[in-house]
Design a protein around this ligand. Structure first.
Ligand SMILES: Cc1cc2nc3c(=O)[nH]c(=O)nc-3n(C[C@H](O)[C@H](O)[C@H](O)COP(=O)(O)OP(=O)(O)OC[C@H]3O[C@@H](n4cnc5c(N)ncnc54)[C@H](O)[C@@H]3O)c2cc1C
Ligand code: FES
Length: 495
């Protein structure tokens, strides 16, 4: 399994031994990524008794495997939102994101979180003349939305570009150390942070009961910040699409730090410096569908083309859900819910968007007047995006029936090559078999434990990935990412 640069280099406090997840709280926050931890801390500061329930370690989700840029200038987000949902929505999004950038800086300073936080300019650059129109449109939309952006002919990158739009004073940081710092602040202030504890269900009531792998947590209100919402209600699954992207860290030696850069069109390249390394991310594809080409090789080739690469030190990947109408979903889990809330759909900008969501939720739960939350309402209807919604769900039926297996089919386990995965069929029953380098076979049911779609093998990450809603499983069936909460049943490999 790949491990991000941030996980490999984080200075972390000693691991807290797992304790039984139990107790009575005002709010239980499910998910210990930047969204859940920030929500918890803001609620704690408002006096609430808070518990965080995290399936792995805090920061172990998308937060710890991101490019780690916190910026309100997000590729062509303002112009995209403007065209999809109008100028008011673009302004609402820009305002909460600009606030979120400053909130991250303030929380790190106030809680004394050492996370290599530095101010950097962010820029969206045109890789060639065909992209300059999009740069001009983004500059106009971002200014209209209230962001003080500037157009520039150069991007501050070591290769020529056709133009750039730039926003000063954005942030780069070490996201795993930031998440760990938020968790420490919560613990120091008397909150419970249950790590290695997966939420399995929430029974709504007064109070709600969060059923977890480590016990039952009772709370008056529950915030679901599990990235992809794990609860099987509210019709989130058909409205979100998970997209996986890949990153490499290339050691290039001392260099002028890069801006927080990203280009306009595919193939996207999201860039930043990290000490003597440059981080290059891109090569997206919907989770569970095959990558168009070997993603790490493509990123590595880009790095070597532009820098004197000494070594590729890290390769990792992550995914993020995007709503069908390309706007975060933050608010009541179901229309009218007063006890259950959600924050999701950050379109690969959730270090900023998740922090913004935390502030919106904290205002809502504490009754504090804040920015207009209505555009973020998860229950909204976006007729202009109906076509995308239909397209997103067209593939789900196919994935359920599973007429296209991406791991080739074989008749027996012996035919599975070492270090590869294949499908073994017995009647209608499909078993996924991965054989490790020692020849040991790991056999699991190929039906996703979420809603039963057929899994596909991801050779780059050595995982079984679900094309329907993005759940991922290790070769031994362990859940790597939800919405699935239960492991794949293991099978006896048939010889
Ligand atoms: C390659 C890539 C690069 C990115 N780079 C950037 C960037 O530079 N800037 C930016 O703003 N955004 C970036 N993003 C997006 C950003 O990383 C995410 O939007 C953000 O981290 C989401 O935070 P979160 O807290 O909502 O989710 P997560 O960080 O995924 O946290 C959710 C947590 O919930 C836990 N969980 C899941 N299920 C359960 C359960 N059943 N019970 C308990 N816990 C559970 C998970 O273990 C996880 O820790 C990037 C995304 C990708 C894919
Ligand atoms: S994630 Fe929903 S069926 Fe697999």
């Amino acid at each position: 399994m790949s491990r991000s640069l941030w996980w490999d280099t984080a200075r972390l406090p000693a691991r807290v031994p797992p304790v039984a997840a139990a107790g009575d709280f005002d709010v239980a926050v499910l998910g210990g990524g930047i969204t859940g931890l920030t929500t918890a801390l803001l609620l704690r500061r408002a006096g609430a008794r808070v518990a965080v329930v995290e399936a792995g370690r805090v920061g172990s989700g998308a937060t710890g495997s991101s490019t780690a840029k916190v910026t309100a200038l997000q590729a062509t987000m303002c112009s995209t939102i403007r065209s999809q949902r109008g100028p008011e929505a673009a302004a609402a999004y820009a305002a909460v994101c600009a606030d979120a950038v400053e909130r991250v800086a303030a929380l790190a300073a106030e809680e004394r979180i050492e996370c290599a936080l530095r101010r950097r300019p962010a820029c969206t650059y045109a890789a060639d003349a065909a992209e300059t129109e999009a740069i001009d449109a983004e500059a106009a939309a971002a200014r209209e939305a209230g962001l003080p952006v500037e157009l520039d002919r150069a991007a501050g990158l070591p290769f020529p570009v056709a133009g750039a739009v730039r926003l000063a004073d954005q942030i780069e940081f070490q996201p795993v150390e930031y998440a760990a710092g938020l968790a420490s602040a919560l613990r120091d202030d008397g909150c419970a942070v249950f790590e290695d504890t997966r939420a399995l269900d929430v029974r709504q009531g007064a109070p709600c009961e969060v059923v977890t792998t480590g016990g039952t947590v009772r709370a008056e209100r529950v915030v679901v910040a599990t990235h992809y919402p794990v609860l099987d209600r509210g019709l989130y699954f058909p409205r979100l699409e998970a997209e996986r992207s890949y990153c490499v860290a290339a050691r290039v030696g001392p260099h002028e730090p890069l801006p927080l850069a990203i280009n306009v069109r595919a193939p996207k390249r999201s860039l930043r410096s990290a000490g003597e390394a440059v981080v290059v991310c891109g090569e997206s594809h919907p989770t569970g569908s095959p990558a168009g080409r070997p993603p790490y090789a493509a990123l590595e080739e880009f790095a070597r083309r532009h820098w004197p690469v000494e070594e590729i030190t890290h390769r990792w990947s992550a995914q993020d859900p995007t709503a069908y109408d390309r706007f975060p979903m933050v608010g009541p889990y179901l229309p009218g819910s007063t006890r259950l809330f959600v924050a999701t759909g950050f379109m690969k900008w959730g270090l900023c968007g998740g922090t913004a969501a935390a502030a919106l939720l904290a205002d809502r739960l504490t009754g504090t007047p804040g920015p207009e939350a209505e555009p973020f309402d998860p229950g909204r209807v976006s007729p202009r995006s109906a076509g995308r919604l239909a397209k997103m769900n067209a593939g789900v039926g196919v994935a359920f029936v599973g007429d296209r297996l991406t791991a080739g089919e074989v008749g027996s386990v012996e035919q599975v090559p070492l270090g590869a995965a294949r499908v073994v069929r017995a009647g209608t029953d499909l078993t996924g078999v991965y054989r490790d380098e020692d020849g040991c076979a790991h056999a699991v049911s190929l039906r996703c434990t979420h809603l039963g779609c057929l899994l596909r093998f991801n050779d780059d990450e050595r995982s079984w990935d679900c094309p329907c809603h993005g759940s991922r499983f290790d070769v031994d069936g362990t859940v790597l990412e939800g919405p699935a909460v239960r492991p794949l049943p293991r099978k006896e490999p048939e010889r």
